[in-house]
Ligand binder design. Structure first.
Ligand code: UDX
Length: 467
């Protein structure tokens, strides 16, 4: 059992804290947002993440929340930095929260050996930066050098919507540190996960073929670069298949078959070859931008990363072009938009491809009526675009000139498409995630367009005028 503090009660911080507490460690989560901390003390999570609330409940005896560094830092053996690093004006991450947290840690560092672990995604070299900030803050507070602390980098690979699962059953754990003791402390901390020796929570059984988890120890800079490399590579894989999907459409191929044929090569792998509307979310956009900024800073052109981003932006425009191809003009058209979250099973709207698409449609004079099984309340609060909202299938599709599926929520597959058709002004479906059953929709009388797949159905003459 170790005493652990996590600075930052966001997705990464809360998940890490709850998982470590479940494994038997004593965890304090500190966040400067008092309202958030009060909510957490009362059992309210600041966001939705599957199983996290249940896990916090199971681990509550070993999990404390505070907004005071002086309660959280002294005596902690491991302090995780899990604060936000949003993109700054020039694309490089804004490190002001990292700085404030490192200084808060330095001012309250106890006498025992403490490992300060960077879990926030930070540019290469941030290990040094954090170490210097902690040291300076300590010196300023006490007039002497801190006794014993070391900095490590421990990048997080968890996916939103699967954060708890990914934390218990990761593909690998990466730790970068120059100090051998720091590596040992972290190996011990993660031992139950590395050896898969913990009793799984009832709601997340261990996957059948789960073996021991590789523990990768490196220098700090390599660990920091692994995180960026992994995210940029995954984004590149998606952009690659999206680019190929454009060609598949022209030559009459089916990109899903192409992806299967490519992905069965074990050197390539089938995951993240889903063609669609492109990637979004809180990581890929920010991390690829940060890599470009690092490339500029160190004079290394990041050509593939730049192209990965360009292809991604074009992918939204392709949907607009498809609508224009069918509807001729978008002015005055009502477009039903299915899905607002950046991917299913979350209400996170950050850098959502659906919202970028909505903005383009609005710019072209369309009305956009959006639906999302989970994100509507958040969209109503946070989205500045003049969207209309539809709560259910009938409300969103009524009198629509087209429907665009932007987020692949499973429930869209089971909508009664046959009976819904009569509600639409024009039965046009642009399935920007290749998610619906195109044969079924074609048979039901819709004109169906996917991404890199042959179309189905034909439209009769467009009705005159617009709704
Ligand atoms: C990602 C990484 O997967 C995770 O390891 C890292 O720690 C954080 O960033 P996340 O942003 O939660 O996780 O979402 P992910 O499931 O990776 O999806 C990212 C985006 O790619 C979504 O918009 C999704 O719709 C899109 N995507 C994914 C595709 O368009 N096609 C695919 O085949 C896979």
């Amino acid at each position: 059992m170790q005493r652990v503090t996590v600075v930052g009660a966001g997705y990464v911080g809360l998940t890490t804290g709850a998982v470590l507490a479940y494994l038997g460690h004593r965890v304090t989560v500190v966040d400067v947002d008092k309202a958030k901390v009060e909510g957490l003390k009362a059992g309210r999570l600041p966001f939705f993440e599957p199983y996290l609330e249940e896990l916090v409940g199971l681990a509550q005896d070993r999990l404390a929340f505070t907004h005071r560094y002086e309660e959280a830092i002294p005596g902690a053996e491991v302090v995780f930095l899990a604060v936000g690093t949003p993109a700054g004006a020039d694309g490089s991450p804004d490190l002001s929260q990292v700085r404030a947290a490192a200084e808060g840690i330095g001012r309250h560092l106890g006498p025992g050996f403490t490992v300060v672990v960077n879990k926030s995604t930070v540019p290469v070299g941030s290990g040094n930066y954090v170490e210097a900030l902690v040291r300076r803050a300590y010196r300023e507070a006490y007039g002497e050098e801190p006794l014993a602390f070391a900095v490590a980098s421990n990048p997080e690979f968890l996916r939103e919507g699967q954060a708890v699962y990914d934390s218990f059953y990761p593909d690998r754990i990466v730790v970068g540190a120059e100090d051998k003791r720091a590596l040992e402390v972290l190996r011990e901390l993660y031992e139950p996960i590395l050896e898969q020796s913990f009793v799984p929570p009832p709601f997340l059984p261990r996957p059948e073929r789960m073996g021991a988890v590789p523990f990768i120890t490196t220098d700090t800079a390599s660990a920091e670069l692994i995180k960026y490399g992994a995210n940029a590579f995954l984004a590149m894989k998606i952009s690659f298949i999206n680019e190929l999907a454009g060609l598949a459409e022209r030559v009459g191929a089916d990109i899903r078959e192409v992806a299967r044929g490519i992905g069965l090569d074990s050197r390539i792998g089938h995951r993240f070859l889903g063609a669609g509307l492109g990637w979004g979310g809180s990581c890929f956009p920010k991390d690829t931008l940060a890599l470009l900024a690092m490339g500029r800073e160190y004079g290394v052109p990041m050509l593939l990363v730049a192209a990965t981003r360009e292809v991604n932006a074009l992918q939204r425009q392709r949907v607009v072009e498809k609508l224009l191809g069918e509807l001729k003009t978008l002015k005055g058209r009502t477009i039903a938009l299915l899905g607002l979250a950046f991917k299913p099973h979350t209400d996170d709207l950050r850098e959502s491809p659906a919202l970028e698409l909505a903005a383009s449609l609005l710019e072209r004079g369309a009305f956009v009526r959006a639906h999302d099984p989970m994100a509507l309340p958040r969209a109503r609060r946070e989205v500045a675009l003049p969207l209309e909202y539809g709560e259910g299938p009938e409300e969103v599709l009524r009198d629509a000139d087209a429907v665009v599926l932007a987020t692949d929520w499973p429930e869209y597959r089971t909508w009664p498409w046959e009976s819904l058709k009569a509600l639409m002004r024009i039965p046009l479906v642009v399935d920007a995630r290749n998610h619906l059953d195109r044969d079924r929709l074609g048979a039901a009388g819709y004109r169906y367009l996917g991404v890199g797949v042959p179309a189905r159905g034909v439209l009769e003459a467009l009705p005159n005028g617009c709704s």
